[in-house]
Design a protein. Sequence first.
Length: 220
Amino acid sequence: MTYDFNFAVVWRNWDLLAEGLMLGLFLALVSIAIGCVLGLAAAFGMLSRHRALRWISQCYVSAIRNTPILVLILFCYFALPQLGIAMDKIPSFIFTLSLYAGAYLAEVYRSGLVALPPGLREAGLAIGLTEWKIKRYLIIPVMFRNVLPAMSNNFISLFKDTSLAAAIAVPELTFYARKINVESFRVIETWMVASLIYVGACVAIAALLRRLEARLSIPR
């Protein structure tokens, strides 16, 4: 049995695939930005001296990390409106992906905070800095540099997870690829091109992040 490849229909819809790729990158960027804030708060919460903060942070991280992201997406988009919390599909997906990113980044940040030398805080106190300024000017910047490789992996993973937005009809790359496939029945060509676009985007993201890591790395 032979198969005649025909990429013409895919090229005719290239603008849709490019538009979907741009939306996917936007969703990943916004979600990881919000997730960084949530993850940092949760990381400090897990290391807090207050039991309530530790409990809340650990419950958040455990609940999100142990729930499939597709279930979270469907719950936020279809179930929350039944509780009076209605969001459009794009804000709903960003909300879900941000929560998901925050839970995973919380563990990254927690490990980075634990690995910091205790003398860093003592040095800040010695020069008269407050606890908040020690966190802002010493602990957080050094910790971010140390965990940047792990954050890079999370960002690439989050970008790939944007493909799940097609489940609630968010018009990103996978959504348009599925649309082209349904309309043209060129299954192999459509998904081959979509896969190559994802691979190319992830390779480009990884290269940019490696340059950022090299630029911000602490000299040994």
